[in-house]
Design a protein around this ligand. Structure first.
Ligand code: KG4
Ligand code: ZN
Length: 348
């Protein structure tokens, strides 16, 4: 593949992000990765209001692209291709990124690549800022990937780069959503995942919350019952503001229940498919306990464990650039005019 400079744009939910990936010879590097977070904006409402998110994306998208280019030390005219998140996500948010990417690709007369946001999370464990060569595929695959984000909990079998098949997913709430909703029940600020895991450090996982679908014999998940169990527990125990110890124990117990299920299912899949590697990506992959438990479980299976680096767990454009790079490497371009935002674009 010739040397390339790829600009990537991400706007599927509540982060406006842009990144530059440079490929040269057999090496690649993420030259910049800029994220304009809307956390403060959405903390006021305790969640993402789509209309508010879309307006913030419109405001931030061009400044974020400019910063990504300037941090990479290149001009817009130097870009060889653009990768953009086309779905899944909030349609009004996705459109801002897709429309911007399409306009730039037409103006510069360069290729445009539509990237699936979940596919980008799936391959995010392979991203590093400094120049590096990708490990040889036969040393990595077959692999099992767990993507845990605010909207998705997906287990996939990976035969090779961009050759993957979904084994199972959540039937209702995603793991991140379960963190967020139980955090809200405990009166913690948005986004709940980091707040709940911080509180969990002060408690012990002594409350026996259910481990949904642990014995289901398939690779699907269900987390809405766990949230309801917390709701009933709180109702029955009439939690007072000063009950900080109990609050911390609830946080630790919910976190443990979620992680037990995630790890058990991932291990079962890795064992069944004789995985050489276990991959972990998505916002919830930032959780240290989940990383530690899955790392230890993978070591027992003698599988390599690769988790996305902290800055590439939650939404970012570096992962969009990398997934775009894999598609470009495979000659898989989308005709510019055919790229559309697709809110319901599920990974197969
Ligand atoms: O991948 P992401 O940034 O956005 C989506 O594509 O959804 O994931 C966001 C999710 C939120 O539910 C957030 O609470 C969760 O990731 N999260 C965490 C942690 N950091 C972020 N969950 C548990 N522990 C964390 N440390
Ligand atoms: Zn995401």
């Amino acid at each position: 593949m010739p040397d390339m400079k790829i600009l990537a744009i991400e706007s599927s939910c509540d982060e406006t992000a842009a990144a530059v990936l440079i490929s040269f010879g057999t090496k690649i590097s993420i030259s910049s990765s800029v994220v304009a977070s809307q956390i403060k904006l959405h903390a006021k409402t305790g969640g993402v209001v789509p209309e508010v998110a879309a307006r913030a994306h419109i405001e931030h998208v061009l400044p974020v692209i400019k910063r990504a280019l300037s941090e990479a030390g290149i001009a817009l005219a130097d870009i060889d291709a653009i990768a953009v998140t086309a779905g899944p996500g909030l349609i009004t948010s996705l459109r801002v990124g897709v429309d911007t990417a399409q306009a730039l690709a037409f103006a510069l007369a360069i290729p445009l690549v539509a990237v699936n946001h979940i596919e980008a999370h799936l391959y995010s464990p392979f991203i590093h800022a400094d120049a590096y060569a990708l490990p040889a595929a036969d040393s990595l695959f077959p692999a099992i990937s767990l993507v845990v984000s605010g909207g998705h909990t997906d287990l996939s079998f990976i035969k090779n780069f961009l050759n993957h098949k979904k084994l199972g997913s959540t039937l209702d709430d995603a793991a991140g959503e379960c963190f967020d909703k139980t955090a809200k029940l405990l009166g913690l600020p948005y986004p709940g995942g980091p707040a709940l895991s911080k509180l969990a450090k002060l408690g012990k996982p002594v409350i026996p919350f259910p481990r949904p679908m642990l014995e289901s014999g398939d690779f699907n998940f269900s987390f809405s019952g766990l949230k309801t169990a917390v709701l009933y527990f709180l109702r029955d125990h009439k939690l007072q503001a000063k009950d900080y110890k109990l609050r911390a124990n609830i946080a630790a117990s919910v976190q443990q229940a979620i992680i037990d299920v995630l790890v058990a299912k991932t291990v079962a899949a890795a064992r069944k498919y004789k995985a050489r590697t276990v991959l972990l990506g998505g916002g919830v992959a930032a959780n240290h306990l989940l990383r530690d438990k899955l790392k230890a479980a993978s070591a027992k299976l003698k599988a390599r464990f690769l988790a996305a680096e902290a800055e590439y767990c939650t939404d970012n454009a570096a992962m969009i650039a990398f997934a775009g790079y894999l598609r470009i490497r495979g000659g898989d371009f989308t005709p510019r005019k055919n790229v559309r935002a697709d809110a319901g674009w599920e990974l197969k």
